[in-house]
Structure formats: C-alpha cells, structure tokens
Design a protein around this ligand. Structure first.
Ligand code: ZN
Length: 304
C-alpha cells in the first residue's frame, strides 16, 4: 500500500510558530518509518510554494481556506504517482533545516519573497503571507547544489527580479527572467528534445491557450532547452510576439541538483489538461533524480 498519497495543506494564517515546529517534528518523526520500506512506500516529498509577493494568480488563490486550483490538480497528480505534496504559502519554510524534509521544491511565486506584502492597493501588493528570511535564497541554492530538485512554473521567473541590469542569484539559478507578456493566445509548443525523460508525454506542435511570458537574462550557456514557443499566426496580431520561436521550457543541473522551468500554467484549464498533468508528474520524478539528467547545454543547437 502506498503511503502519503495526499495533499498536506499548511494554513499559514491559522498556524502559530510553535504549531509549525510541532508539524515539522511530526514530519521528521514519520520519515524513519518510511526509510526501510521499498520505493513505493518512500514517496517523493514535494514542497509546493505559492506565495505571491507581487501579482497573485487566480490559479493558486485560496478562497475561504479551500485548496487552490493548482493545489487540487497537484493532489490528483500526487495520488496517481505516489508523491507526498506539502502545499504552503509560507515562504519562511525555505530554510536549510526545513529543506532537509523534501526532495523537490516547486515554485509558483511572484515578487521578492523576503517581503510579506499584502498592504495597500493594487494587483501587485502581494498576498500578505509570511516571507522568506534573508538567507532563504542562499539556503535554497545550497540545497539544490547538494542534490535537491527545483521546479518553477509560470511566474517563478517573475520572482526575485534584479534592479536594472542586475541578475540576482535566484534568476541566475532558474535561468531566465520574466519581462512582460501580451494578450493570451493559442501558442504552439515546439518540442526541442523529445527524448528527454520529462518530455515523453508532450506532443510536438501542441496548440494551447495560455499567457506567454517573454524573457531576458537567459543563462544560455547553462540551459538544456526542452521546448520553444512558436507564436504562429499571432505574429501578425501582436507586435510583441512577432519574433522567432524562443525557449519556454528548460532544465539544467547545478552541482548535484536538478532544475526545471516551465513557462506555462497561467490558466486553470492548462492545469486541467491531461497532457500537462502527465508532464508535471514526469517533471517531479526527474527533478527528484529519477532517470538520466540529460541536461547538457544545447542553446546553440535548438534556438533559432
Ligand atoms: Zn500569468
């Protein structure tokens, strides 16, 4: 029998620090019991962080304490694959001690996560959930270098921007920085490496409606590009997309760890798509170290 096929939601608003500590101790106590079991009973442990310090996407919004749309989809993927997913909006969980409890960290985040946000007006004010400490990013990067897996979806590149030309350590790690986007449109996903373990369920030429980010500060020498966005007919409709196909999905290695980014997932119906859910499952398994890394830099070979 599989264990841990559930989504553990941490309601940060109602949890005090001692309670969080107690929860962490309970988690730690449960781990040795799993260690001697076979792989099925030693599930991949995923920490899903969806704090918004800037714009809050509807796909990850929790209303009246109910799981967000993405929380619900991830719970289904976790049940299907035997993952154990902890979903949180408390960025303070990104610290050296807590990270030892996880195999994969997934971000669907915006803004400077060391800021609480939430005050004032406007769509970029943030959600007011607990922030990351000043050491959070360096702890995260050190954890990846030591063998952790990091997966960033959609606005993960709209997180920890630099000032002007500055490339922050987080942006250098994830490998690209969001700049802007136009209106949503059905983009064409061009698979650049169909043989990669994360790409087996993704159809080349998949046309799907989403919000398509544009980027700067690509880590071209580090990235293994897995898919490009072909704007297709949108070139004649929106000037910002009158461009050659460009990377939207990539991976890389960092020390002993693995990093994956997928630009997609603004829209709830992208997360509902069977192909996208299979892709998410394969991505988490790869990030946790299953299969070949197959992450040699390939920018010059696949990006026009
Ligand atoms: Zn978006």
């Amino acid at each position: 029998m599989r264990s841990g096929n559930f989504l553990r939601m941490i309601h940060t608003a109602s949890l005090t620090r001692p309670l969080l500590l107690a929860l962490a101790l309970l988690l730690a106590a449960a781990t040795p019991a799993l260690a001697a079991e076979d792989e099925v009973e030693n599930p991949i442990r995923v920490l899903f962080v969806s704090k918004s310090a800037g714009f809050e996407h509807s796909a990850i919004k929790r209303t009246d304490g109910h799981p967000s749309h993405v929380d619900t989809v991830l719970a289904e993927v976790a049940a299907d694959r035997g993952f154990e997913i902890t979903s949180t909006k408390d960025a303070g969980l990104i610290n050296a001690a807590q990270l030892t409890n996880f195999d994969v960290v997934m971000f669907y985040t915006t803004g400077d996560l060391t800021q609480r946000g939430g005050a004032g007006e406007g769509i970029f004010r943030g959600d007011g959930n607990p922030p990351m400490s000043a050491d959070g990013v360096s702890d995260l990067i050190a954890w990846i270098e030591a063998g952790g897996g990091f997966v960033g979806f959609h606005p993960a590149t709209d997180t920890f921007h630099g000032e002007g030309d500055e490339v922050t350590p987080y942006i250098a790690m994830i490998g690209g920085e969001f700049t802007h986007h136009g209106r949503q449109f059905p983009g064409i996903v061009r698979v650049a490496d169909a043989g990669h373990p994360t790409m087996r369920s993704v159809e080349d030429g998949w046309k799907i409606m989403d919000e398509w980010y544009l980027y700067k500060n690509f880590a071209k020498d580090e990235l293994h590009v897995l898919a490009l966005l072909d704007p297709g007919e949108e070139r004649s409709k929106q000037e910002v997309y009158d461009i050659a196909p460009y990377p939207i999905v990539w991976c890389r290695e960092l020390g002993e760890g693995r990093i994956f980014h997928n630009a997609m997932g603004h829209r709830e119906d992208v997360w509902d798509h069977e192909m996208f859910q299979a892709w998410v499952g394969d991505t988490i398994e790869w990030a946790a170290g299953e299969g070949e890394a197959a992450a040699a830099p390939n920018w010059g070979d696949v990006v026009p």
